[in-house]
Structures are given as structure tokens and as C-alpha cells.
Design a protein around this ligand. Structure first.
Ligand code: UDP
Length: 331
């Protein structure tokens, strides 16, 4: 029997790539997802159990049924900009939901957790690149909710012996290169898919939020990291926790950054299409530049990104994009 890993949010963008990586490495991913943001078609590598994160009794029932060796927890609201105007949703879903999950793990004796955290826990960087010891002063409720979850997880590790790794993703990008799965948010807010939709003629233009930042071209700088590399890090973290107690945190970024204008230019080159831009005011809650120092993940987990180049991230996303409408139309 293959060891089972419960993947909350396994029907989502990163979750489906994590499920695929688990399945490819001899594990059985069981997806726990309410399909509010995720897609049934993205659950291809193991069973789907529909349920809310806040429904502790249901999570416990699923855990008792499948007896997972570990949980990878990705179910979450994720839009930093939206969180500024809808903070209650973020604290309810992300924080209260994670507490319910932790309680369910305690009740059923599941002792290993990989948590999907974010560079948003750091806020506006004081030093660059950002390492894991950088002060954590989030500037939007999304980042605040992730930091609260990390703290709860640390406390559960100290008091109840849960083993945990919080993986602080920088900007996830790209898609599984074979085109099986990829990014498909219902209300897209992320830069790369919006730019590719514009390249595909599905949008008239892309907004650039802020052109007066203190960066090389005035637009925000982000560290884009391929979703398959992020998925690999979850496997490495699970392995690490098999012999390592306590709560740990790791940055997942490539260590190099691209501005919004550079993303647009790269997408134009790769797709061979023109992308019309519209310069807009800054979006609330956006730090100027986020650049990871990924040394800890490299040195401790042995993580080595396979697709660090923005070109590879955008070209795999574009490859997926061509297949996207029919898949989404099916669900
Ligand atoms: N961005 C933009 N136009 C858009 C969406 C995003 O200029 O339509 C910018 C945003 O301000 C940020 C960067 O692109 O600086 C990445 O934003 P995204 O929402 O993709 O990820 P986040 O950094 O918020 O996690």
C-alpha cells in the first residue's frame, strides 16, 4: 500500500502539482478541497474528498478513513490585494481553517505537516535578498493570516510534537510541462496568467499597478518560482520531517527577480504577440520588491530548482494556456 498524504487544496494550482509530484514518487495523494477555487479536473492523481477546511469533524472522518502519514496544507485564500478589502474572509478561512486542521491532526494522531506559506509574511523588505530570519511584518491581511498560521503551527509543534515545515513561496509561476495541469483561477488576479490571457486575445490589455516604485524600471519586482520546483520542495520537506522534529521554515524562490514590465516583455517575446498595457496607480498591499534568499532550502532540504528561468516559467504556462479553455469549460 502506498503511503497516503492528505493534500488540502489539492484541486488548486499549486496543490494539483503537489499531488502529481507525490503520486510520481510512490505516494497516494488524497485531495481535501471544497472546490470553491479549485477544479475537479485538476484532481487526477488520487481521490477527491469534498469538504470545508473549517469542518473539523469532516477532516477527522477523512483522516480516520485514509490514515495519512502526513498533511500538505495548501487550501487558502491567496489574493493579497483582495485581502486588504476583505480581511474577515482571510482570517476566517486561512487562520480558523488552519486551526481546525491542526485540531483534526491532533485528534487523529497525524504528526507531520507541510504548510503553504508565503513571502507575504515578511512585508516590505528591510534587507534583500530576504532570508528566513528577516523580520516578519506583513503589510496585508493575506500575509498576516499566513504568519498567524505559522505561529499556531510552531506552538503546536512545541506543545504537541507536531513536525512541520512552512514553505514560504515567492511568486509561483509556470505549469507542468506536459500540459496536464496548470494555473486556472476563476477570478484571475495574478500577473502572468493575465498577461498570457491578453496575449491570447482574451483580454484587451493588462494593468500595470504602479510605475513609480524604486526599482530599475519603476514597476514591482518579484521572484518567480516554477510550480513544479515548488512541488518538489514539498516532497523534500516531507522526507526531512521524517527524521527531524520541530517546526521549520524555508523560502522557496529562485533568488533572482523580474519586474512587471520585464514579465510583459518576456511574455511578448515567447508568445510572439503584443500585449497592450495600461498604467494604473499602485495596488494596495504590494511591497516594492520581493527577492528570496533560497540558501536554507538548498542546503538543508537539498532543493535545486529545475526551472529557475522566467522564460521556462512563461513558456510552460503558455503551453498550458492553449489547453485551458476546454478544460475549464468541462467544469
Ligand atoms: N500586477 C500588475 N497587474 C496585474 C496583476 C499584478 O501590475 O494585473 C503586479 C502586482 O502589483 C505585483 C506583481 O504584478 O507587483 C505580481 O502580482 P501577483 O498578483 O501576480 O502576485 P503577488 O505578488 O500579489 O503574490
Amino acid at each position: 500500500m502506498r503511503p497516503v498524504v492528505l493534500v488540502t487544496g489539492g484541486a488548486g494550482y499549486i496543490g494539483s502539482h503537489v499531488a502529481r509530484a507525490l503520486a510520481m514518487h510512490g505516494m497516494e495523494p488524497v485531495t481535501y478541497d471544497n472546490l470553491s477555487e479549485g477544479h475537479r479536473w485538476a484532481v487526477r492523481y488520487g481521490p477527491l474528498e469534498r469538504g470545508d477546511l473549517a469542518d473539523q469533524a469532516r477532516i477527522e472522518a477523512v483522516m480516520r478513513h485514509y490514515r495519512p502519514v502526513a498533511v500538505v496544507h495548501l487550501a487558502s485564500l491567496i489574493a493579497a490585494g483582495v485581502s486588504v478589502v476583505q480581511p474577515a474572509d482571510y482570517y476566517q478561512n486561512n487562520v480558523a481553517g488552519t486551526l481546525a486542521l491542526l485540531q483534526a491532526m491532533r485528534e487523529t494522531g497525524v504528526g507531520r505537516l507541510v504548510f503553504s506559506s508565503s513571502a507575504a509574511v515578511y512585508g516590505e523588505p528591510r534587507t534583500t535578498p530576504i532570508d528566513e530570519d528577516h523580520p516578519k511584518l506583513p503589510i496585508n491581511p493575506y500575509g498576516g493570516s499566513k504568519l498567524m498560521c505559522e505561529r499556531m503551527i510552531e506552538d503546536f509543534a512545541n506543545a504537541y510534537g507536531v513536525r512541520a515545515a512552512s514553505l514560504r513561496y515567492f511568486n509561483a509561476a509556470g505549469a507542468e510541462p506536459g500540459g496536464e495541469i496548470g494555473e486556472a483561477h476563476r477570478n484571475e488576479t495574478h500577473l502572468i496568467p493575465l498577461v498570457l490571457e491578453a496575449a491570447a486575445g482574451l483580454r484587451r490589455h493588462v494593468a500595470i499597478f504602479g510605475t513609480d516604485y524604486a526599482t530599475r524600471d519603476g514597476t514591482c519586482l518579484r521572484d518567480y518560482v516554477h510550480v513544479c520546483d515548488i512541488a518538489d520542495a514539498h516532497l523534500l520537506a516531507l522526507r526531512f520531517l521524517a527524521h527531524q522534529p520541530g517546526a521549520h521554515s524555508f523560502n522557496l524562490g529562485s533568488g533572482s527577480g523580474s519586474t512587471v514590465r520585464e514579465v510583459v516583455a518576456t511574455a511578448e517575446r515567447i508568445t510572439g504577440r503584443k500585449v497592450a498595457i495600461q498604467e494604473r496607480p499602485r495596488r494596495p498591499g504590494d511591497p516594492t520588491a520581493l527577492l528570496a534568499d533560497p540558501a536554507r532550502a538548498r542546503d538543508i532540504l537539498g532543493w535545486k530548482p529545475r526551472y529557475p528561468a522566467l522564460d521556462d516559467q512563461i513558456s510552460t504556462a503558455w503551453n498550458w494556456h492553449g489547453r485551458l479553455p476546454s478544460q475549464v469549460a468541462g467544469n
